[in-house]
Design a protein around this ligand. Structure first.
Ligand SMILES: Cc1cc2nc3c(=O)[nH]c(=O)nc-3n(C[C@H](O)[C@H](O)[C@H](O)COP(=O)(O)OP(=O)(O)OC[C@H]3O[C@@H](n4cnc5c(N)ncnc54)[C@H](O)[C@@H]3O)c2cc1C
Length: 414
């Protein structure tokens, strides 16, 4: 950094990685501001009924736990081996963390960063390594319906991907009619056995997707159908496997394996209330409006099929937002839409379990725009195998890089 005073750090996003990054900066006595457009852990709260695969010990840092216990020594953290739900994770860890004396004054909720730019420079001005690195970032911020400009010397973009869904149609674009039906389709993880129970009990539901989110949805609908016998599922997956969900040999995450095994059983057993189709391509969706059902056209293994269903749940993945850094010189992967260097490293390990892929160094998280880094789920972009413990390693690497102390590791000390 050119400046002699401590660089101002803007952390974008108050999810698990943003909060931990802000804490790391605060422990180093750096001036940090965290901007969260919703609530603490907003995205995790939206899928709060889902149980995390990874045990709590993998979802929290020694620094975070110490900060909470320093302020409230009687606070009950989950045990390291416990797999808590998203809601429990927020209540027992993320919210207490945001309220610690280390963070409470620097965390701003309901405060959205809309755009980022460089003071006095357009996207095309100067090469990243020259003047750009000596000028601060300008952040267009919206808080309580008022806009303002904040300045920062370092930006850590931890805004996740859950805020932007992908589309159901072939080639990743909307199916015919999907744009018009979007408001009536659910693209997230519905709380089918909880607050959204009455919306799904006894209904026919089309589920699209073949990841762990689709598996969760189908298993929950199958559980609902045991009590509400009319509940039925048409499950469409793009791949050719008759067991849609990938299982890992000797999976160390028991919750993940249990879910995959159950979803595969539902797909293959061929009776009950789940009808599974592989090699399925959704072509068109028609709806007459809210709660009026859908008429769906698809091709399954090349053959045309149609259904009339009450609900659609599209668990087809998420994508990073790119508006924030559009005016910066950020090299984005055309495949993952995450930072290009990280994408290259991840694509070399395509097919590996995300659990064993480590962090790839601070330089992989940005470039060429100086002092701009993408961390957390957003850094993986379209690749959905991100784990929190990788994000914690990213935080350690970014601060080691920024302080010029390659061995700096605040997580080791405690
Ligand atoms: C259903 C589900 C289950 C998962 N289970 C696990 C698991 O068991 N173990 C594991 O390690 N990982 C798991 N993951 C993956 C990953 O760890 C989580 O997605 C995690 O929430 C990522 O944390 P994050 O902080 O990077 O991003 P997020 O949690 O997505 O947080 C981003 C935050 O940024 C905010 N934001 C967005 N845009 C702006 C803006 N412009 N200005 C200000 N704020 C903004 C959002 O409101 C949000 O709070 C799971 C993911 C999902 C979807």
């Amino acid at each position: 950094m050119a400046k002699t005073e401590a660089p101002r750090i803007a952390v974008l996003g108050g999810g698990p990685i943003g909060l931990e990054a802000a804490l790391y900066g605060r422990v180093l006595d750096l001036p940090v501001t965290l901007y969260e457009r919703g609530r603490i852990g907003e995205h995790v709260q939206r899928w709060g009924h889902v149980r995390l695969f990874s045990p709590f010990g993998m979802n929290a840092t020694p620094l975070g736990k110490a900060a909470i216990l320093a302020d409230a020594s009687d606070h009950q953290l989950p045990s390291d081996s416990e797999c808590v739900t998203g809601k429990e994770y927020v209540a027992s860890y993320l919210e207490p963390l945001a309220k610690t004396s280390r963070l409470k004054d620097v965390v701003h909720i309901e405060c959205e960063v809309l755009y980022l730019g460089r003071y006095g420079l357009l996207k095309g001005d100067d090469h990243a390594e020259s003047r750009r690195g000596h000028l601060p970032f300008r952040l267009l911020v919206r808080e309580k319906n008022r806009e303002r400009i904040d300045m920062a010397d370092i930006v850590l973009d931890c805004t996740g991907t859950y805020g932007q869904h992908r589309w159901m149609g072939d080639g990743g674009i909307p199916a015919v009619g999907e744009l018009a039906a979007e408001a009536n389709i659910s693209y997230g993880l519905e709380d089918i056995l909880g607050v959204r129970r009455s919306a799904y009990a006894g209904k026919s539901v089309l589920v699209v997707g073949a990841g762990y989110s689709a598996a969760t949805t189908v298993c929950n609908l199958a559980a609902l159908s045991e009590e509400h016998l009319e509940t039925s599922v048409v499950w469409l997956a793009r791949g050719s496997g008759s067991q849609p969900i990938k299982r890992w040999a000797n999976d160390p995450l028991r919750e993940r394996d249990r879910l995959a095994a159950q979803a595969n059983m539902l797909a293959t057993r061929g009776d009950g209330n789940v009808e599974f189709h592989k090699q399925a391509i959704l072509e068109a969706v028609e709806t007459a409006g809210t709660d009026k059902g859908f008429h769906v056209t698809a091709r399954c293994a090349g053959k045309p099929r149609t259904w009339t269903v009450d609900r659609i749940i599209a668990n087809v993945g998420y994508t990073p937002g790119t508006r924030l850094h559009r005016e910066l010189q950020v090299q984005e992967s055309p495949i993952t839409i995450g930072p290009a260097k990280l994408a290259a490293a991840l694509l070399k390990q395509a097919g590996s379990d995300g659990l064993i892929i480590g962090a790839q160094g601070a330089e992989a998280l940005g470039g060429p725009e100086p002092h701009f880094f993408v961390l957390g789920a957003k850094s993986y972009g379209r690749i959905s195998c991100f784990f929190l413990r990788t994000g914690f390693a990213q935080i350690r690497e970014v601060f080691a890089f920024l302080t010029g102390k390659p061995t700096l590791d605040l997580y080791q000390k405690r």
